[in-house]
Design a protein around this ligand. Structure first.
Ligand SMILES: Nc1nc2c(ncn2[C@@H]2O[C@H](COP(=O)(O)OP(=O)(O)O)[C@@H](O)[C@H]2O)c(=O)[nH]1
Ligand SMILES: [Mg+2]
Length: 361
């Protein structure tokens, strides 16, 4: 009876094929133009700002960002289930809407299957579907919503940041540095994207903003050597957390992966247990590409967790659900803007609420 529903599983194979195409199809390095060496006047809102206000503002940005998905999901569900029964036809329409909202084929099928089990042949309200969807999404996201825990007994705690150009690595490093610094940790950054001078300069600016030291080398230097040196410096300066930036040229996948593997090999000469965390930064606006990137990086690097950026400006936030369902990697943070405070710990229920427009403040 649900042949049509399950006939779509092949889509996952297409994803694997799309991985190959990625080699050509790359996020262009958007970073060159943004380096403005005047940083003094950046933000610094009065710190008295009530926490609830801050929370509301990022949640609002997340919700607004996802609003196009919301429109797909919420109005789409509304239009299907007005005075109609849950049958093969409506199930298939629902499945299409879930796939369009980037939740992933597996997730879409799972949700429809669940619904069919409990409510097949019954009239069902859009609101009810939305609640069920919210519950399913929360259940998928909850196991991966894990904070990044820094083991204070390891010094320096070394975090390797990976991801393709433009994903938001450097920006996220700046934001994380600020967070750790605010928690009283001594932080250092290593400008391991030695490929372009602008990338080194960009990290230096983020270091200034966060008020943390940055270890740099001239453009064209060996990234692994720089990382090695940075660890030595971090030890000398009694640093708690060292964040290492990396290059993300996907134009040549083999080269990129070789370079990452070399960095890991070389930093292990300093500390055999390093890196203590290897985070993959993914840009939500790239949708399906983010799934492909997760696949490529997870194959080559021991990715311990994810950060998903640009959720403030995308209709494709549902991709986080697809990635969670597919890889089960911990999601530590989400990026909801370009400034230093726009990084939030990932919360499954809040994300599901924003996506399905339920319980919005
Ligand atoms: N709107 C938005 N923009 C972001 C976010 N994170 C990063 N960006 C922007 O994405 C672009 C690329 O970021 P960058 O950190 O240079 O990426 P990298 O190449 O991976 O280091 C920059 O213009 C950032 O300002 C985010 O959470 N929201
Ligand atoms: Mg960068």
């Amino acid at each position: 009876m649900f042949k049509k529903l399950f006939g779509k599983k092949k889509k996952t194979d297409e994803v694997v094929e799309a991985v190959e195409e990625l080699v050509e199809e790359v996020a262009e390095p958007i970073v060159e133009e943004i380096v403005e060496p005047v940083v003094e006047e950046i933000l610094v809102e009065p710190e008295v700002e009530v926490k609830a206000e801050a929370k509301k503002s990022w949640f609002k940005r997340l919700t607004q960002g996802l609003s196009k998905s919301n429109n797909n999901l919420v109005s789409g569900i509304g239009s299907i289930f007005t005075k109609r029964k849950l049958d093969d036809e409506t199930l298939e329409e629902l499945e299409d809407i879930l796939i369009q909202a980037d939740l992933g084929t597996e997730t879409a099928i799972k949700i429809c299957e669940g619904l069919a089990k409990t409510s097949y042949d019954k009239e069902i309200e859009p609101e009810e579907i939305r609640q069920l969807l919210n519950k399913e999404i929360t259940e998928i996201l909850e196991p991966v919503a894990k904070p990044l825990v820094i083991d204070a007994s390891i010094k320096p705690y070394i975090i390797l940041m990976t991801g393709v150009n433009g994903a938001g690595k450097t920006t996220t490093i700046g934001k994380m540095a600020q967070k750790f610094q605010a928690e009283g940790k001594k932080v250092m950054l290593a400008a391991g994207d030695t490929f372009r001078a602008a990338a080194v300069e960009q990290l230096a600016i983020w270091g200034d903003r966060a008020g943390v030291p940055v270890v740099t080398a001239p453009a064209g230097s060996d990234a692994a050597s720089l990382a090695f040196e940075a660890i030595a410096k971090a030890r000398e300066q009694n640093i708690d957390i060292l964040l290492i930036d990396t290059a993300g040229r996907l134009q040549n996948r083999t080269e990129l992966m070789d370079e990452l593997e070399k960095i890991v090999r070389v930093i292990r000469k300093q500390d055999a247990t390093a890196p203590h965390a290897s985070l993959l930064v993914l840009d939500a606006t790239t949708g399906q590409n983010a799934v492909n990137q997760a696949q490529i990086f997870a194959e080559k690097v021991d990715i311990t967790g994810l950060v998903m950026t640009k959720l403030d400006g995308t209709a494709k936030g549902g991709i986080l659900v697809a990635i969670a369902a597919r890889f089960g990697l911990p999601v530590h943070y989400i990026g909801v803007g370009e400034t230093i405070d726009d990084l939030e710990p990932f919360d499954a229920a809040e994300f599901a609420n924003a996506l399905t427009q339920i319980n919005l403040q």
